[in-house]
Design a protein. Structure first.
Length: 371
């Protein structure tokens, strides 16, 4: 394929880890001289970040949850693809994966990247239907790209057969510097927290991220460390329910653009997720030199190479958090080790380069396909 590549990224999430991932790839690929377009809803940060990077943004009206409207989402996306005429389409997360594969059906080189499997988010009769869809739809993906080996294995365990590739997430360790002891106190002042043992949990307020499990665990932590404080950073559909569950002393910080300060303010950063692919927020916490307590979900073991907490186990979660709050030297040593590991194993530029290499590999082995 001659000339610069023409890439269309498609994403329903416009913030959080997926939104940041798409914006970062778009920025890098514009710098390579490629024609880069991003189709997404107009709310959130992704549209503005896309255009700031010099990429084109194409409004795509799509709801987050599956339902009857998903077929209309696919129809809208089909029109966008016909007008954009990309060489390659990169579908991010479950809604784009559904709508994009249904719309394209293999007529263009297509990468699907689940960023955590859709079937993990559902239960009952919907779950086997979601698994069946993922098994069937792989025939419409040139490559199924995972962010961790565990995410790939999870797909294989559910009978998904695909042309697999694994490219772990990465983080810019120059942008996310290790926080010093002095910076921790200063960061607490900036975000409005007291200078006392602090646990921070950053993520969209949803069942996936497990903040309800952390709130269930918190009374046991507070019993062991009476002056400990907890802050939940993020917004989402579970806000009202979580507020009702929480002690009045728990801080609900909302959606913030000063996440680096919140990480610096923490003695421990908690990731009580029920499922993941590989959490970018986890890598950012490691880069800031934070002690991390995380559940044993896909990507966490690879990233941390450390003791993990079983999912859905508030007692174990409480014990792991309290152990670190009561032993600051241990927490500090973990933070230094995590910082070193993320610098060594998860540099952002390596992720960018490997994705670019994958695109070039696909484009060199496939010719143009009329829609």
């Amino acid at each position: 394929m001659s000339g610069p590549l023409s890439i269309l990224h498609v994403s329903q999430p416009t913030d959080g880890g997926v939104g940041r991932y798409v914006a970062d790839l778009a920025t890098d690929q514009v710098g390579r001289g490629w024609r880069v377009l991003v189709a997404s809803p107009t709310y959130g940060d992704l549209a503005a970040e896309t255009m700031d990077a010099g990429a084109g943004h194409l409004p795509w009206t799509a709801g987050r949850a599956p339902g009857p409207g998903s077929l209309l989402d696919a129809t809208r996306l089909s029109r966008i693809v016909r007008e954009a005429r990309p060489d390659l389409v990169h579908l991010h997360s479950s809604k784009a994966g559904f709508a994009g594969r249904l719309a394209l059906r293999g007529r263009l080189p297509t990468i699907f990247q689940p960023h955590a499997w859709s079937f993990e988010a559902v239960s009952g009769l919907v779950r086997p239907a979601a698994v069946a869809w993922e098994r069937s739809a792989t025939r419409w993906a040139t490559v199924l790209l995972c962010v961790s080996e565990a995410e790939r294995r999870r797909g294989e365990e559910h009978g998904i057969h695909a042309n697999w590739r694994v490219i772990p997430n990465g983080v810019d360790s120059e942008l996310w510097r290790a926080a010093t002891t002095q910076e921790r106190a200063e960061a607490r002042t900036r975000v409005g927290l007291d200078d006392r043992p602090t646990v921070v949990c950053i993520g969209r307020l949803t069942p996936q991220k497990g903040q309800d499990l952390l709130l269930t665990a918190w009374p046991a932590v507070a019993t062991e460390i009476p002056d400990a404080q907890l802050a939940l950073v993020g917004d989402g559909p579970d806000l009202k329910k979580l507020r009702a569950q929480a002690d009045r002393a728990v801080v609900f910080a909302g959606q913030r653009d000063d996440v680096a300060d919140w990480l610096a303010a923490a003695d421990v950063v908690a990731f009580p997720s029920r499922w993941e692919g590989m959490s970018i927020g986890l890598l950012e916490a490691m880069a800031r030199g934070c002690s991390v307590v995380a559940t044993d979900v896909p990507g966490a073991a690879e990233a941390l190479d450390a003791e993990l907490v079983p999912p859905e186990d508030p007692a174990a979660l409480a014990g792991a958090i309290a152990a670190r709050l009561s032993d600051p030297d241990r927490a500090a040593a973990e933070g230094r080790a995590f910082r070193s590991r993320v610098e060594r194993s998860y540099p952002l530029q390596k992720t960018r380069d490997r994705v670019a290499e994958l695109y070039e590999e696909i484009s060199s082995s496939t010719g143009p396909s009329p829609l």
